[in-house]
Design a protein around this ligand. Sequence first.
Ligand code: NIG
Ligand code: FE
Length: 411
Amino acid sequence: MTTVIINIKELLQVRNKDIKKIKGSDMKTLPSIKNAFLIIQNDVISDFGKMSELPDIKEDKLIDATGKTVLPAWCDSHTHIVFAGNREGEFVDRINGLTYEEIANKGGGILNSAKKLQECTEEELFEQASKRIEEIMVLGTGAVEIKSGYGLTLESELKMLRVIKKLAANFPIEIKATFLGAHAFPAEYKENKEAYIDLICDEMIPAVAEESLADFIDVFCETGYFNVTQTERILKTGKLFELTPKIHVNQFTSIGGVQVGVKFQALSVDHLEIMENKDIEVLKSSEAMPVALPSCSYFLSIPYTPARKIIDNGLALALATDYNPGSTPSGNMNFVVATACIKMKMTPEEAINAATINGAYAMNLSNTHGSITKGKKANIIITKEIPSYNYIPYAFGSNLIDSVMIDGMLI
Ligand code: NIG
Ligand code: FE
């Protein structure tokens, strides 16, 4: 099946195959071709260029994109899409003055979601998560990472990861799975936290590996959650089972989590709302992708990740949603890109680089996703008629997507 898209006003993020991520001042450049064509063979990008160089080939499907912009589908490298129900009650509690921390200390927060999830069957969870996957595909996401971490028992963590595996088998969108048993301490381990670390290391990680249920391992390294020593033990054990570390760090406090991530060669270090100079410095010696989650800052009214400081220090940055029921009930990458520009002072070029190729890197997918490159997956967004790509973050409340193609198929 050959699809040819012609008269593209601007084709964004055209890159050579060997580019894995973009960092520092290079993030200000978004390579593009004006008045372009794009050719797709089955599920893969096979050619692109200026309209004046369009080859004479027989297509099965012709799309005229006059006035429209085409870009790679978003790569959302940090979500918790498998969850049960919602936490709208806590949302109202926060409006009425309680903090996220106070709600968690009362047994709400992650433990509230864990209780709901434990009571749900695998089928019910799959149904609920399927709707969210359908929703994010329409919003332009073509690859997504999904974490466990609302199970917090061996059985329920495996249940979550099996749901993620089933989602990956049932939807065209690329899905990577992360084991996040270290998301919160279950109430029964409050007085004996080391026993929960033992459970994670001695039972959960081997069981996850045995069924090949996860690509990555994550820990919520934060005051009141998992400390640096506990995080080190979990990541070390995960690595023994070939789970690559990703890590939640510096959401509320800087306690050395970035350093642990770097020490264990984490693929990404995520959140980073509170960054001290030492955290920036240690990242300079590492290949870990810093990941900002601006919708979380928006929803919880916490500081935004200091994107300017990170990028101006020569580092890379990716943007992701953090879609979850507590801190970010939204999987909208368009909103993330707009918020990064509006609140974090990223330029549109930086934000689009962060939400495509750098997001792909943070999921180990930059060989196949995140740019318009020959041989990469044909996962693209075709916008409505817009004056320029600056309009994408500018018109932050409008739906500017005309259509989304995943694996070469319009959805
Ligand atoms: O990334 N910070 C830890 N985990 C999620 C929130 C989890 C929740 O509140 O349910 C996050 O923001
Ligand atoms: Fe998260």
